[in-house]
Design a protein around this ligand. Structure first.
Ligand code: GUN
Length: 296
């Protein structure tokens, strides 16, 4: 019965905001347990270099969310003129600071700074974003440790709604180091059959039309027309794009996609809150790992 309703009325909306709130509740409990055991809360350093307006909003949300679950947040706001050496020196200080379990450098950093060098400098045990090549490598070898937050958020959201990824034809559009590539590794871990599309892909439409699970992370407003969505597909839209009129839209044409999909994430209220929830969860995982306690 419920399947018929779903087909007649369009997609189930994947409520990232609600699921993220549940994840934060679980994290808050683990934060309390950690603090009782070790005499201090888990700590996350959130570093922003420059004043990119979107980054400022994300960083504010991350710090606010830390406070909500009881994680100690250490704010470092550096000017646009910060040199790579200065940022690396801060990363070293944070690596050596016992109160800091997680380190997050908000991307993008100014062009004068080599982002790869900065990510490589973060202690992999404190890599709350899961961006360090060592953590990507662990994920590639199907023994995940600290997992990149947005791809991990997609997996948790799918789990929450009972979307079985095993055996599904999954297509990822976008091959960035922070979303597309680790997303492909997460889907592979979940036993999907995975295709990654990028600027070298010959027939993007044909690939998308085959997708039973579609993840789009390209950062361009409504880049994938909703008409391309395979009927019944699970659609995870990672994009958050602000239009000139101030409206936020994803990377997928939402209205047409929602009429065809089985499940779809809204923008906003989909993967944005899930990403932050997984960051908080990673911070507590990192705190326990640093105390020698394996992740549950
Ligand atoms: N920039 C865009 N997304 C992210 C993220 O998840 N973490 C960091 N550090 N920077 C980002």
């Amino acid at each position: 019965m419920s399947t018929v309703v779903k087909e007649n009325q369009g997609a189930v909306i994947l409520d990232g905001k609600a699921v993220a709130a549940k994840e934060r509740q679980k994290t808050a409990v683990r934060v309390g347990e950690f603090a009782a055991k070790f005499g201090r809360p888990p700590g996350l350093a959130v570093v922003q270099v420059g004043e990119d307006p979107a980054s400022t909003v994300y960083v504010r949300n991350k710090r606010k969310s830390c406070a909500e679950v009881g994680i100690a947040s250490f704010a470092h706001d550096l000017p646009e003129s910060t040199s790579e050496a200065e940022l690396l020196a801060l990363v070293k200080r944070l690596n050596d600071d016992e109160r800091v379990d997680g380190i997050l450098i908000q991307m993008p950093v100014p062009k004068s700074i080599d982002a790869d060098r900065v990510m490589d400098a973060v202690d992999p045990a404190k890599d709350a974003d899961g961006f360090h090549p060592m953590n990507t490598g662990y994920l590639a070898q199907k023994r995940p440790r600290l997992r990149p937050c947005t791809p991990y958020g997609v997996i948790r959201l799918a789990e929450h709604y009972g979307i079985d990824l095993k055996g599904k034809r999954a297509v990822v559009v976008g091959a960035s180091n922070i979303v597309g590539r680790p997303m492909a590794l997460e889907l592979l871990l979940a036993r999907s059959t995975v295709t990654v599309c990028h600027t070298g892909t010959r027939d993007l439409r044909a690939e998308v039309e085959r997708a039973e699970v579609l993840v789009v992370a390209v950062g361009r407003p409504e880049f994938i027309p909703g008409e391309w969505i395979r009927p019944g597909a699970a659609v995870f839209d990672v994009g958050i794009n602000r239009l000139p009129d101030g409206k936020l839209v994803g990377d997928v044409g939402y209205a047409a996609a929602a009429a065809r999909a089985g499940w779809i994430t809204p923008v906003p209220g989909g993967l944005g809150p899930m990403t932050i929830a997984m960051l908080l969860s990673n911070t507590v995982d990192a705190a326990y790992l640093r105390k020698g306690v394996p992740i549950a």
